[in-house]
Design a binder for this molecule. Sequence first.
Ligand code: IFM
Length: 478
Amino acid sequence: MPYDTHPDPADPTAGLPPTFRWGVATSAYQIEGAVDEDGRTPSIWDTFCQREGAVADGDDGTVACDHYHRMPQDVALISDLGVDTYRFSVSWPRVQPGGRGPVNPRGVAFYDRLVDELLGAGVDPWVTLYHWDLPQELQDAGGWPERDTAYRFADYAMLVLDRLGDRVDTWTTLNEPWVSAWMGHVTGEHAPGWRDLQAGVDAVHHLLLGHGLATRRMRAAAPRPLRFGITLNLSTIDPATDTEPDRAAARRAEGLATRIYLDPLRHGRYPDDVLADLGSRRVAPPVRNGDLEIISAPLDVLGVNYYFGQVFAGTDEAGRTTDADGAPVTRYVEQDGPRTAMGWPINPERLTELLVRTARDYPGLPIVITENGAAFHDVADDDGFVRDEDRADFLARHIAAVAAAHRRGVDVRGYFAWSLMDNFEWAFGYGRRFGLVRVDYDTQRRTPKLSARWFGDTVRTFRARGDAAEVARSAGAP
Ligand code: IFM
């Protein structure tokens, strides 16, 4: 057995309800290309990619998977997989160039066609409004650390709702605000590449405010009952040992990764310990009266993106509990065992645990796994085919982990694989491949990998079982 963990990867879907949704996911900047066509203006990622050393091999999204020009062919690939849902993101600078003003008819027309193509193929479109491609003009005006960006986001959301709300049922406001806020403004690994803790916390608050404003306005204007949600990248965050410093480190890490988002969203307040931790560094979220009420607007679904569980220690390698500035040490600890090409540990059992904990701490909200998947060092044969048993095994074990959580009472309603096809993996460029479908970037040829066949077969077998049970039920079987 390559991995230590899961009960039944041979029948990973066992016990999931017949209404369970199966999908694949992508995002605009990672696949579309066509960055200056039909009126689109630059996003912060177009700018960031030009920065020396920011992205591996100097890659950028100028062409990406050329999805903008190959969309019908890509929808056919989705349909061949047999999934019922496609989660994609809308490019803000394509739909509303510059981030203000009227809709760009040529830009939004692309998503209009995509939605129609999906519906024609029997695939449900699931829209994410923001997957990190802020219009550069809004960045020039201050970006997410600036309060006005939240209001601009709500205006943009309304433009998209107005055009697609008649056909799209499920709307995710933000994808992984932790990545936008933290990696964009504190570690600087993502666009816009800042390194400023206060700016990162300002960004957290304004992303959440933008989410709340958009949700409130979209729900009020919806032409029919629609589902609104947000997607967070969540992870179990555990102490390396049961010592007090390690437990405190895990608490601090989890506070900034998880609770700083879910507590305001679900409980209408920032956690006291997180405010205290930030306060000790003279940093605070820029909350104004009424903000938390807006942020905690009712939700219909929580999207969870899961990749791996994390472990933290409260001591450095030399056993010290404070750093040179006197701040407590919060150290990410590498775990032993198998890893993906990203260097991320493979620990599907933590997904079960994560779902159980999330449902316990934030009850009453259906969960959908809006991303899960892995980059591996794929090797293609002469026909472009990749026998990625490692990826199929990864998916099987994580789906089994979802089913295990469902058996433990978690209201989890869907699983979307990341990603439909190989694409631009942000600061890693094209050197990391997460796709079920291989993309040859020289020719733009798409070739479904073994994992695509496996995923499709799994979904079809699952459906057939549900159909058989339905037939048996309607025939009066017990
Ligand atoms: O590619 C990303 C995606 O854009 C957001 N979630 C994680 C994926 C893998 O890193």
